[in-house]
Design a protein around this ligand. Structure first.
Ligand SMILES: Cc1cc2nc3c(=O)[nH]c(=O)nc-3n(C[C@H](O)[C@H](O)[C@H](O)COP(=O)(O)O)c2cc1C
Length: 390
């Protein structure tokens, strides 16, 4: 069962690595969105059997105190989370956490259910390690998601990415954001506000600090009246100009915002070969995620970190495909990271793989420091003491 779960989640990787059996040949032509839905359903099925979650943990997760991070006053078991768009409706939170993710950002949740764009709307680009996505934020809607998270097990950190319905006009966007925010407030641990443009999905994109302030003011106001504090982050596009990015950083510093999720998929076709670009063009509009985004995402995080004085938590998202990508993202100033395309290509075991790598790196660093200290002490003891010198 677990093997077939991997099969669904990381087909292109498997395609590359081995000759395909007839059944895999059939699976390799499964539309990526269908394959993703099957993978989530299978994950839930595993979680539903006795000891299923224990099994997921045993098979995939890495747990170590060395991985723990305190961010927003919350203790994350490790810094590797699930990005929005993977578990849009909060259907596999416990299974993803059991499989080793340190937190799960669900959503984008919209007030009313919406179907998203017509299919096909999600395309694999295996040679680029990328996805072309114009799903358009399909959501089963607030009521459904509340039902999913209402009785969830506590102890798993869940973020809720919120957005407006596509049909809601921009001037009424605040009402949509507020509705999801108020209703989900008691059920999740933090919020991420989706203001990333993704062509056909019609997300509201405020381009100035004042517009961000206007959009979020009612959310801040609502939070002021609550006894529990929920961090509010803003999730940004990698395609902002430097001036727009500066406005976001100003908003972070001057408004009661708690952090930034950087970045979402890009509309740019940089980092693709001409054949990949031609393929993407043939499929039409959409955002590119995955490997072509890695460098841009890390640079954006580094820029925000520098410009905001390093005081605000940043969740690094975009092209986190390997432990080394995560290492570089954390070094650039991210407090946490999120994966989406990485899971599609490498399976849900990627979080555990990254965490094992991070644990090994931390241990190596510790023993190198201990070695330095020991040799420093030895060198010191070889030095004649003041008394001996005199
Ligand atoms: C299929 C798909 C669906 C996505 N849906 C959402 C979404 O609903 N809300 C959102 O904020 N971001 C969404 N994203 C963007 C991801 O959360 C992430 O920020 C982006 O893909 C970059 O990370 P990655 O390279 O690890 O995929 C989606 C991405 C993909 C590939």
């Amino acid at each position: 069962m677990l093997f077939s779960l991997d099969l669904f989640v990381s087909l292109p990787e498997i395609n590359r690595q081995m000759k395909l059996s007839p059944i895999r040949k059939i699976l390799s032509v499964v539309n990526p969105e269908t394959a993703h839905n099957i993978a989530l359903r299978r994950l839930r099925a595993i979680g539903a059997v006795p000891a299923g979650k224990w099994f997921l943990g045993k098979r995939y997760a890495e747990r170590s105190p060395m991985l723990e991070r305190e961010v927003f006053g919350m203790k994350f078991p490790n810094p590797v989370g699930v990005a929005a768009g993977y578990d849009c409706n909060g259907e596999a939170i416990e299974e993803l956490a059991a499989a080793g993710f340190g937190f799960v950002e669900i959503g984008t949740v919209t007030p009313r259910p919406q179907a998203g764009n017509p299919r096909p709307r999600l395309f694999r680009m295996p040679s680029a390690g990328a996805m072309l996505d114009r799903t358009g934020y399909p959501s089963k809607g607030l009521e459904y998601v509340m039902g999913r998270v209402r009785n969830r097990r506590r102890g798993i950190i869940v973020g809720c990415n919120i957005g407006k319905n596509t049909i809601t006009p921009d001037h009424a966007a605040t009402g949509d954001y507020l509705k999801v925010f108020r209703n989900m407030y008691q059920y999740v641990d933090y919020f991420s506000i989706n203001v990333c443009c993704n062509t056909s999905s019609k997300v509201y994109v405020p381009t100035s600090k004042d517009a961000i302030s206007e959009l979020l003011a009612p959310l801040f106001e609502f939070r002021r009246g609550q006894s529990d504090y929920r961090p509010i982050l803003i999730k940004i596009s990698p395609d902002l100009s430097t001036e727009q990015l500066d406005q976001v950083v100003d908003a972070l510093v001057e408004l009661p915002l708690d952090g930034i999720v950087a970045v979402a998929g890009t509309l740019s076709r940089d980092g693709l070969t001409s054949a990949e670009r031609a393929y993407a063009d043939s499929k039409g509009a959409g955002a590119i995620s995955g490997a072509p985004l890695t460098r841009r995402a890390i640079e954006t995080v580094a820029y925000i970190h520098r410009r905001s004085g390093g005081f605000y938590p940043i969740i690094g998202s975009g092209g986190m495909m390997s432990p080394e990508d995560v290492r570089d993202m954390l070094a650039a100033g991210a407090s946490l990271v999120q994966l989406n395309t990485g899971i599609i290509y490498h399976g849900i075991g990627l979080a555990g793989k990254i965490c094992r790598w991070l644990t090994a790196a931390a241990k190596a660093e510790q023993s190198a420091a201990a070695g330095n200290k020991a040799s420093g002490t030895a060198a010191e003891s070889e030095q004649p003491s003041q008394k001996e010198r005199s």
